[in-house]
Ligand binder design. Structure first.
Ligand code: 6LW
Length: 535
């Protein structure tokens, strides 16, 4: 049985993995998208199903106002004596001097919840990870942010004990790695044959990214550096189809095989300009950072390496010793006939609740009440799903009768609140009901087709087709017959590299409604489809 990388496609960075009996679970970062933390389940490491968002109440997670690519970073999922532990960072300030990177723990007896209210941990840095030692002690390890200029150390990892009964951090906070040699983050501790292994992402999260391993006989160190670090990286092979490899977590099968999940990215050929304010000349990754899996092995002298004997990830790996466990295929069309929304959808920062959407008011339709504009970091009425391949089409049927220009509804491809392509229906004082495209690129706003009048009282079909760096909109009036609208846009601008605020998520496609008058005009969406194409 072969696992094809990436196993979790589109925007799924910072994977953390556990095995509980026959079940494997992976947790990924979700940033400003609500609900928080995506969990996937598998029994064979090849087929994966999205099952849960554990942070789904505002009492657990309040993302209102957080910046692009802030919010939830790098969750770590562990399991000990019947309890699931999920630690994660909520980032509230980052692209600044002093960082606010608060770390929390929630627990559950069942992976499907209910998950507890959060317990505050220490906030020295981000990427917390919990380690449950054989003697019953628990520890939290994380990286350390340092706002001083210059920073004291290039890289720094700390360890502190966690008291699960008292629910608080306990005892001294000690450095277990300080270094000017290399920057480490995303730490996990693994114990094997009397060694504590410190398994860390190194060298940032771009194309220089890698994974390093250190080891010590005592959990507090001193940690010995592995001379073969980075043990996984694509930094020297820019032509390799999976780039940015690093940020791993390890799992052992019942048969004693070891696998690592890690983040990676598939680049477009498009690059940032040489004089770009950020990531000058770098390739663009609209699918964001994705999750891949590799087979690992321990050497006779007790170090870890890729089973393929190199430092390069495999595009496909052979999984042995596990029975295939296949999940039902998901249809690409959502008719909004269920009582709850499909798990693929996420909203921006706030819960998808009756304050802005209803599946009951008009059965078979998603009714969405318009609220704030697309730049708002508070109460937007928008749901979206990840782009998972370079070629896809998405479309929707919209019934919407706006009566003022401040009311809009439609189909959107977006990276964040400053970067999107929005095919929408609105109303103009002179033209009446009309259709338009709004393009936002790092706060520069254009309407490439102006406003095109359309007949009132008829449903409007809206479609987008994406092929690598090309994005084209279509619409149909009254019947599902599409005509092209607007130019071919450069889809690569919806990428970590091209956007100027955040750089950790990935492109999304979805539907939304705005009513900037405050009167809550609604739009009815009959269905939404997302279909991969080509290759
Ligand atoms: C993640 C950290 C990182 O927490 O990116 O660059 C953060 N490093 O490991 C968000 O994915």
């Amino acid at each position: 049985m072969k696992a094809e990388n990436p196993i979790l496609r589109g925007f799924h960075p910072d994977p953390s993995i556990i095995r509980v009996g026959e079940d494997y679970y992976v947790a990924n970062s979700t940033f400003e998208w609500w609900p928080g933390v995506r969990l996937h389940h598998s029994r064979d490491l090849v087929h994966w199903e999205m099952i849960e968002y554990p942070l789904n109440r505002v009492s657990q997670l309040d993302l209102k106002g957080v910046g692009a690519s802030q919010g939830i970073w790098a969750p770590c999922l562990t399991y000990d004596k019947g309890i699931f532990y999920l630690v994660y960072t909520v980032v509230k300030s980052f692209y600044c001097n002093m960082y606010d990177t608060a770390n929390y723990l929630v627990t559950a007896e069942n992976i499907h919840g209910p998950w507890s209210e959060p317990t505050a941990l220490n906030n020295f840095g981000f990427d917390p990870s919990l380690f449950h030692d054989d003697d019953g002690k628990k520890y939290m390890v994380s990286m350390v942010t340092d706002h001083r200029i210059p920073k004291k150390y290039k890289g720094r990892i700390i360890l502190q004990e966690y008291d699960a009964k008292a629910k608080n951090m306990y005892g001294p906070v000690r450095d277990i790695y300080t270094g000017d040699r290399i920057y480490l983050e995303g730490p996990h501790i693994v114990k094997r044959d009397g060694w504590y292994y410190l398994f860390c992402a190194d060298t940032g999260t771009g194309e220089a990214h890698g994974q390093s391993i250190l080891r010590a006989k005592n959990i507090w160190g001193p940690y010995e550096w592995n001379e073969n670090n980075s043990i996984l990286t694509t930094r020297d092979t820019p032509d390799f189809p999976l780039q940015k490899a690093g940020h791993c977590d390890l799992v052992e099968t019942p048969e004693g095989e070891w696998y690592a999940v890690h983040l990676c990215g598939r680049p477009l050929e498009n690059r940032n300009a040489k004089d770009a304010p950020r990531f000058s000349g770098e390739r663009r990754y609209p699918l964001g950072r994705e999750t891949a899996i590799q087979k690992m092995e321990w050497t006779s002298d007790g170090w870890l390496r890729l089973a393929n004997g190199t430092k390069l990830p495999d595009e496909k790996i052979e999984v042995t010793g596990l029975e295939p466990y296949v999940f039902g295929e998901k249809t690409c069309r959502d008719d909004f006939k269920e009582e709850t929304l499909d798990l693929e959808y996420q909203s921006l920062r706030i819960p998808m609740d009756e304050r802005f959407l209803s599946l009951k008011e008009r059965p078979g339709y998603l009714r969405m009440y318009g609220r704030e504009g697309l730049s708002s970091k508070f109460d937007q009425s928008l749901i979206a799903r990840r782009w998972t391949e370079f070629q896809f089409e998405a479309d929707t049927k919209l019934e919407f009768e706006p009566n003022v220009f401040k009311q809009m509804a439609g189909l959107i491809c977006m990276y964040d609140t400053d970067n999107y392509f929005y095919l929408h229906v609105t109303c103009d004082e002179d033209l009446g009901k009309c259709i338009s495209i709004l393009k936002a690129e790092n706060k520069t706003y254009t309407y490439p087709v102006g406003f095109v009048p359309i007949k009132e009282g008829k449903p409007v079909y809206l479609k987008v087709s994406v092929d690598h760096d090309k994005l084209q909109f279509y619409y149909g009036l009254g019947e599902e017959v599409y005509e092209q609208i607007g130019p071919v846009f450069d889809a690569s601008i919806l990428s970590d590299e091209a956007c100027l605020e955040g750089w950790f998520t990935g492109a999304m496609v979805g539907i939304c409604c705005q009513d900037l008058t405050g009167s809550g005009a609604y739009a009815d969406f009959d269905w939404f489809t997302y279909q991969e194409k080509g290759e």
